[in-house]
Design a protein around this ligand. Structure first.
Ligand SMILES: Cc1cc2nc3c(=O)[nH]c(=O)nc-3n(C[C@H](O)[C@H](O)[C@H](O)COP(=O)(O)O)c2cc1C
Length: 198
């Protein structure tokens, strides 16, 4: 059987920060179940914000030739997408939101051109969201969750769950949480088990 392909998308500007550490554990858990894992770091990529040129309405392709072209390819090939972003000003990080907006061409494929948003890549994709915020506001994750669910829905990726932690601010503070990293590892294992079991 082919290994489950898990794509990690690190959306924080901070390397080895809290969402990075959680993402690494999810990917480690997935790998422990035989998954093929690959993580991309958005902050290291050149992703120009969507210019709303509407070129994608013609054929569903983005005319901006930057690193997002590689991201489209990876999204197409992935079985499971694990997106990690810290909360910044009550929403996704700018790095993550830029990537999300550049998925407008995939929205155009689905809703305008009526073609599958991620081409002939693996079907029945699953998506998982990781986030952390420094405060403990009740509505801390509402904005980010709305956007991530809209993204996954547009890309025909089934929302498979989330790991959200409030009150985690300093770099690496997540390591002081009683069970966050363990939960992340187990979430990675479960994502692969569930995908392979369906
Ligand atoms: C520009 C910026 C905006 C932020 N906005 C919020 C916010 O609105 N609410 C909040 O609880 N924390 C906010 N934070 C704190 C981060 O969410 C927190 O430090 C988190 O642990 C960072 O995760 P990371 O290490 O993965 O980047 C913000 C941090 C930055 C740098």
């Amino acid at each position: 059987m082919k290994p489950v392909r898990v794509l990690g998308i690190a959306g924080s500007p901070r390397r080895s920060g809290n969402t990075d550490l959680l993402l690494a554990e999810v990917m480690r858990g997935a790998a422990s179940k035989g998954a093929e894992t690959n993580t991309i770091v958005l902050n290291s990529l050149k992703i120009t914000p969507c210019q709303h040129c509407d070129a994608c309405l013609e054929a569903g392709n983005c005319r901006i030739k930057d690193d997002m072209q590689m991201v489209y390819d990876k999204l197409e090939k992935a079985d499971v997408v694990v997106l990690a972003s810290p909360i910044q000003f009550m929403g996704l990080s700018a790095q993550t939101k830029a990537m999300v907006d550049r998925c407008q061409c995939l929205w155009a494929r689905k809703y305008v051109l009526k073609i599958p948003p991620l081409g002939s890549g693996p079907g029945r994709k699953k998506g998982f969201f990781i986030s952390v915020g420094g405060t403990k506001f009740t509505k801390l994750f509402d904005g980010a969750l709305t956007v991530v669910k809209a993204l996954f829905n547009t890309l025909d990726i089934t929302y498979a769950g989330e790991l959200l932690f409030r009150g985690i601010d300093e770099k690496g503070a997540i390591t002081g949480h009683p069970d966050a990293l363990e939960k992340a590892f187990r979430a990675g294992q479960k994502l692969v088990d569930d995908f392979a079991g369906e």
